[in-house]
Design a protein around this ligand. Structure first.
Ligand code: SF4
Length: 317
């Protein structure tokens, strides 16, 4: 809901963006007001592509830290700002560099495919990065007999393994939003809305994926609701995506899939929701917090991300 204060921030943010040649890149899991003032809204793959190709001097990343780091890695000459430096990610935090080095040592001779939801240190230890939009295709692009490590999301890793049948060892990490959806509550919701289609992100657990009418990344889920002819959807991913679904098809109904704990509001990512209009304004005004990475780390992390982008481009993703 717009207030006088939010109107003030929206006006000032627009002025500062023009003065400083800045752009705002926002993830689909941001609140609607932030999505609406952003220059580009997308999932991790689209945001990486946008960060790598734009003429701005400053990128304000309305998302979480690993995303802003990815933007910095792909556009090191630009100033990359994250409005709240505490906007982390439970999934990225589940994979620390020291533990991951031990895991790699225990599983030698495997190609390391890592989800973009990781720190720059983990990316630097990887052979190739993927997002939920291209994880299956990235793995399929590797030679059939290549042995693979997939990290850090065990549910996405399990989904990729089932889809590709490859020899994959999976790191045991999860996202606090996607693992919380309740199969029982989803089934009850479906009973109350028998015509609804259940659409599910691959970071969800297997039992939830098994009842899905469609599984896909946030942008794939959005595209599905755009083209599909159902009137109601039960949406098992972070509820922020519903803003774009409503914009595309305002007459349809979108029901956020319920979490196990109905009192916790767990279908919203607490890290994503740390970003506010006020913080975006302050960060543009003061040009901080800025993402700074050690040059050696940046160069090492760039290689596997570029490899993903080249494959995605070849495949038209
Ligand atoms: S929704 Fe999950 S994976 Fe995405 S940023 Fe939040 S904690 Fe990380």
């Amino acid at each position: 809901m717009k207030t006088e204060t939010s109107d003030y921030y929206i006006t000032e943010i627009k002025k500062l963006k023009a003065e400083k040649n800045a752009i705002i890149l926002a993830h689909f899991y941001q609140t609607g007001d932030i999505q609406d003032i952003s220059d580009f809204v997308g999932d991790s793959l689209a945001l990486s592509q946008k960060a790598a190709a734009n003429s701005a001097d400053i990128i304000v990343f309305a998302g979480v830290k690993f995303m802003a780091e990815t933007a910095k890695i792909l556009a090191p000459e630009k100033k990359v700002l994250l409005p709240d430096i505490n906007a982390g990610c439970s999934l990225a935090d589940s994979c620390k560099a020291d533990d991951f080095k031990k895991f790699l040592k225990a599983n030698p001779g495997r190609t390391v495919v890592t989800y973009v939801n990781t720190s720059a240190e983990i990316k630097a230890l990887s052979d190739i990065i993927c997002t939920s939009s291209n994880a299956v295709q990235i793995v399929q692009s590797l030679p059939p007999d290549e042995k693979i490590i997939f990290a850090p999301d065990r549910n996405l890793g399990n989904y990729v393994l089932n889809k590709t049948g490859r020899d994959i060892v999976i790191w045991n990490g999860t996202c606090h939003v996607h693992e919380e959806f309740s199969l029982e509550a989803i089934i009850n919701m479906k009973k109350e809305n028998p015509d609804a289609k259940i659409i599910v992100h691959p970071e969800c657990e297997l039992p939830v994926r098994m009842v899905a009418d469609f599984i896909g990344s946030t942008s794939a889920l959005l595209n599905f609701t755009r083209k599909d002819n159902a009137k109601t959807y039960i949406v098992a991913t972070e509820a922020g995506i519903i803003h774009q679904m409503k914009k595309a098809n305002p007459l349809k109904n979108y029901l956020p899939a319920p979490p196990r704990d109905s009192t916790c509001g767990c279908s919203e990512c607490s890290f994503m929701k740390l970003i506010t209009l006020e913080k975006i304004y302050n960060c543009l005004l003061n040009e901080k917090p800025e993402i700074l990475l050690d040059e050696d780390l940046l160069i090492k992390a760039q290689k596997p991300i570029r490899r993903m982008m080249e494959i995605s481009e070849k495949l038209g993703l």
